[in-house]
Design a protein around this ligand. Sequence first.
Ligand SMILES: *[C@@H]1O[C@H](CO)[C@@H](O)[C@H](O)[C@H]1NC(C)=O
Ligand SMILES: *[C@@H]1O[C@H](CO)[C@@H](O)[C@H](O)[C@H]1NC(C)=O
Length: 370
Amino acid sequence: MLSLLRPLLAVFLYLLLPGGQSRIPVYNNGFHYQDISNGNGNGEIYFNGVRLYVESPQPAVSATRGSSVTLPCHFHYEPELSTPRRTRVKWSWIPANSINAPVSPLASTSETEVMVAMGNRHRSYGGFKGRVRLRRSVPGDLSLVINELRLNDTGRYRCEVIDGLEDESATVELELRGVVFPYHSHRGRYHFNFFAAQQACQDQDATLATFEQLFTAWEEGLDWCNAGWLADGTVHYPITAPREGCGGIDLAPGVRSYGQRHRLIHQYDAFCFSASVKGIVYFLEQSAKLNFTEAFQACIRDGSQIAKVGQLYAAWRLMGLDRCDAGWLADGSVRYPITRPRANCGPPEPGVRSFGFLPAYMKFGVYCYR
Ligand SMILES: *[C@@H]1O[C@H](CO)[C@@H](O)[C@H](O)[C@H]1NC(C)=O
Ligand SMILES: *[C@@H]1O[C@H](CO)[C@@H](O)[C@H](O)[C@H]1NC(C)=O
């Protein structure tokens, strides 16, 4: 009996020794020991020290819309257990749009359940129903597989193991590869309250961008001097070249913030986020230019639909779509995508060039989506 406990005791003593502490990985704080005092009154205590580790080798995972992604997570015990314990696994999620949002004093947490598993039984929740499973490729593998990734699946995922005595967890951030674009109403600048902005992005096959997505876009060079809503209800705009009227020349480049604004009353533009689409976006080859009504019909005749703004941006950014012909889009705006800047195709940087919303009788080409 004693010979069996000695290594366990050694592990425990090691942990108590000065210096041993620094070897304890930061993600584990749950050292547990069980007092199995033999009760003979001599103050002898045997420690049954077993630690549960839950780890993710990858703190962030980036994926494409519509694909499957695996969020890695596994657990093990130290020292190893001879008989497996009954464990419960819970994956939960904080959506990207609420990671930075101020937590209301009434709502204790914005974390919601994705899946709970115990043995071979499991249950998934909400929008994850039927789209998630545990990988279980090796013992201890609790990696979460999510199928048919959606735009709004981004955020912080937590993998939690509960074995009755201990409760340990690790987190993994899920990001989608995509593109942020500014969007305003056909009525002009600053006509969206938060909910209208949300709807406008959705109508263009996109979603309101998160702060992280806008920040990444700014790092990649996005400069836009009109403020827009983000998914967490804040209002920002990204400036790479400081100038008057955009926060002034004394302010360093950065993402300028108006903070949280009133979601019903205040009106701004929107920053939308779009990720790769399954189909293709193409410029419809036509002998004559078309007014908006004709453009809409021409795509349908071609077995497609007139492309949405988010689809054109995704095709430009993620598929390299490059076409120096202005074309109608579903919202009544006229744009064209340039990845290789050249003479007579707009400014020297790549981008989606926009003529804004134009009268429907005017004649252009058209971008379709199939
Ligand atoms: C996420 O997007 C899907 C469609 O892709 C939608 O059905 C669902 O309501 C959205 N969920 C949230 C929380 O916005
Ligand atoms: C577009 O042209 C068609 C004729 O080809 C015409 O019937 C229609 O009214 C025009 N639409 C607009 C908005 O000008």
